[in-house]
Write a protein that binds this ligand. Structure first.
Ligand code: ADP
Ligand code: 5GP
Length: 201
């Protein structure tokens, strides 16, 4: 059975990284798609686990050689998804989780229409600001830019498959797990591998 694709988008500060870490830790069939970025690592971030942190020159080389399935420039940094990574994971039957902005989500949905798109929002905008500030890892300018982009991204929710409100972390995680389970049970996915078992002798 080919691997499933889950694309998750949320305004910066929503709690997406926290939720995805918990989701993936609880489900060995899920693999996180590690993007390339020119953004410097935050405290605690590790290259090859959170992102592949690369120089602007290396990012341009990857982009120009066609190695990226999609890429965007945002907050002054490049972010992009490796084509090879996707193909390898899908061929080995693993389910892949992507953490992408709305442009990346749209691009991936075009290449993989069977993919499941999940948007996560905080309970309200004030709480988004509080969480983003609470992270304490960016200057006021970047904070303002991320809040602004969050407002813009929310306008795109209507073409996503699912919306999770991350008010209570535990509940949001349960909802995320339920979506993964539902996607794996789609008849179109399961039945082709099973129907031979039901043909009459
Ligand atoms: P993102 O990856 O969406 O930018 P993070 O996972 O880094 O967000 O979370 C931003 C902050 O919000 C962190 O301090 C995190 O602990 C906190 N947070 C995440 N989910 C919740 C929640 N449901 N309630 C309260 N705080 C939360
Ligand atoms: P951050 O700097 O907070 O890790 O990520 C900023 C934004 O970039 C988030 O909205 C995240 O979803 C998005 N992002 C991370 N990697 C990629 C990628 O490979 N492609 C795209 N399009 N967006 C990405």
């Amino acid at each position: 059975m080919p691997g499933e694709i889950f694309v998750v988008t949320a305004p910066s500060g929503t709690g997406k990284t926290t939720l995805l870490k918990n989701l993936i830790a609880a489900d060995p069939r899920l693999k996180f798609s590690i993007s390339y970025t020119t953004r410097p690592p935050r405290p605690g971030e590790v290259s090859g686990r959170d992102y592949f942190f690369v120089s602007p020159g290396e990012f341009a080389r990857l982009r120009d050689s066609g190695a990226l399935a999609e890429w965007v420039e945002q907050f002054g940094y490049g972010y992009g998804t490796s084509k090879e990574w996707i193909n390898q994971a899908l061929e080995s039957g693993q389910d892949l989780v992507f953490d992408l902005d709305t442009r990346g989500a749209r691009a991936l949905k075009e290449s993989f229409p069977q993919g499941t798109l999940i948007f996560i929002v905080p309970p309200n905008f004030q709480e988004l600001e509080r969480r983003l500030k609470g992270r304490g890892d960016m200057d006021p300018q970047e904070l303002a830019r991320r809040l602004e982009q969050g407002r813009d991204e929310i306008k795109e929710i209507s073409w996503y498959d699912y919306l999770i409100v991350n008010a209570d972390l535990h509940l949001a995680l349960e909802q995320l797990k339920a979506i993964v389970t539902a996607a794996r049970c789609r008849a179109q996915r399961v039945w082709p591998g099973m129907k031979g078992l039901f043909t009459s002798a």
